[in-house]
Write a protein that binds this ligand. Structure first.
Ligand code: FO1
Length: 453
């Protein structure tokens, strides 16, 4: 189609054809990508609206209890949505927030407005796929999906679950020339005469949620697209050069701290990759950052999309299930329950410090998250219980919880997903082992403990 914004056709797909002839508006169903800029889903919606000379409305369906999210995550999310609403308004695009059961609310809104097209964000999480399935069954509108999260669209890279970074990396790398590009900026949409003037009161909405208010918002990281961009700029100009040495030292501030902005879609991973790729000098650190940002992140989406049991023991590979079963009855030196883990009351100061960092900061250092999850395997009564506790704590306290990256990280640590078999040992079997001395060799553990006690 004669499109104003050039979008690679591999980024979008028609989920369900519909009459499309309805006189109503185009709806962009914003969910994973909660931003006005660098958003292929929004640009695709603008192209549709322009082509069909229709109004365009952006809609966010608010689930009151999203996978156990607490005040901490909703506070960060609403901080970003309030800013995005203003950015959309500047584009003359109204932003409607619908509370209730998302697929039903969306189907109802489509009926009310007589919408012809609904555009959604690609998202591999089970909950989102259920929303889309239920919505599709209950609408006549044409229903699209756009991948605005992955540099190379997840369903274009491969059509199956990949074994590991080493198998997906070449499939991504050879397409980077085509997909790692700049992203056009949207222009104000003149055609909107919808009459919707809805200023959402996010303070009220937040207060109305019956979410766990014990997990307080974090203060050290401000939400929103502008702040996400600021942190990206800071990282590229100040931290990137030391990234490869410092990123695995939890006593340093070497990580990018961008994952909460990616998780809520306040910042586009492609924007981050493009800026780093075009502006940073060639270096090992730059390669390491792009590996994390592109290969590891896409591998996580690939795992969650193609393995529907991504947060279950049964989702592990046969070799891993066998080895963990072989050692199911091994004697555990220590056994803790969820509450003891949650309070950081184990015998080990290093593990307790990591748990305290998660509770206090809402973001445990990436290196420590691997060690932290592996010790939960070692000190739980079963691998299933370990997996459940790790996911529960990660999603309750981490700003970037409930994310494909998080589920994949826990499955790597406890179930050896994307990893290989190692020398067999008690409890772990052939799952890769990590220990205190390994941490001591990598960083100053007593400093880390002091920083997080
Ligand atoms: N996405 C939505 O479309 N609606 C919500 O109400 C919603 C709440 C929410 C709360 C915490 C959280 O960590 C994520 C939440 N998300 C919500 C999903 C988020 O936008 C991302 O799409 C996925 O979590 C990443 O795949």
């Amino acid at each position: 189609m004669s499109e104003k914004y050039t979008i690679n056709p591999a980024r979008y797909r028609l989920l369900q054809d519909g009459s499309g002839s309805a006189a109503g508006p185009v709806i962009y169903w914003m969910s994973r990508e909660q931003r006005a800029e660098d958003n292929w889903g929004l640009l695709f919606s603008l192209n549709l609206a322009l082509q069909n000379q229709k109004p365009l409305i952006a809609v966010f369906t608010l689930a009151g209890d999203f996978l156990g999210a607490t005040l901490r995550q909703y506070d960060f999310m609403f901080g970003g949505l309030a800013e995005t609403e203003k950015n959309l308004e500047a584009l003359n695009i109204p932003f409607v927030v619908l509370k209730g059961n998302p697929p039903q609310e969306m189907a109802e809104f489509v009926r009310e407005t007589g919408a012809a097209d609904v555009v959604s964000d690609f998202d591999p999480l089970k909950i989102k796929r259920v929303w889309k399935r239920d919505f599709a069954r209950d609408t006549k509108a044409r229903f699209w999906e756009v991948d605005s999260h992955n540099v190379v669209p997840a369903l274009h890279v491969t059509d199956k679950e990949e074994f590991g970074a080493y198998t997906i990396r070449p499939k991504i790398t050879r397409k980077l020339g085509e997909f790692l590009t700049d992203i056009p900026a949207p222009e104000p949409y003149a055609l909107n005469n919808h009459g919707i003037k809805q200023a959402n009161n996010y303070t009220e909405i937040l207060a109305s949620l019956n979410t766990d208010k014990e997990v307080k918002p974090v203060k050290w990281l401000k939400p929103g697209s502008a702040e996400g961009k600021n942190n990206l700029e800071l990282f590229i100009s100040k931290k990137l050069r030391g990234y490869s040495e410092e990123r695995n030292d939890p006593t340093l501030k070497g990580q990018s701290d961008l994952s909460p902005y990616f998780h809520f879609g306040q910042l586009s991973p492609q924007r981050a990759a493009w800026e780093a790729f075009t502006r940073a000098p060639e270096s090992e650190s730059k390669q390491a950052f792009l590996e994390e940002l592109i290969v590891r992140r896409e591998l996580a989406d690939n795992y969650c999309y193609f393995n529907k049991k991504y947060d279950l023991f049964d989702g592990f590979k046969d070799w891993a299930k066998k080895t963990l079963n072989d050692h199911r009855d091994d004697k555990r030196d220590y056994i803790y329950n969820e509450a003891q883990f949650e309070k950081g009351e184990t015998h080990e100061d290093l593990w307790n410090a990591a748990q305290k960092e998660m509770i206090k900061k809402g973001k445990m250092h990436g290196f420590m998250r691997m060690y932290w999850a592996k010790k939960i395997l070692e000190w739980s009564e079963s691998p299933e219980e370990a997996l459940r506790i790790a996911v529960y704590l990660n999603d309750k306290y981490e700003l970037d919880g409930r994310d494909p990256n998080g589920y994949t990280g826990v499955a790597w640590s406890i179930g050896g997903i994307h990893d290989r078999a190692w020398t067999e040992r008690p409890v772990y079997g052939k799952i890769r082992y990590m220990n205190y001395n390994g941490c001591k060799r990598k960083f100053d553990t007593s400093l880390y403990i002091a920083m997080n006690s």
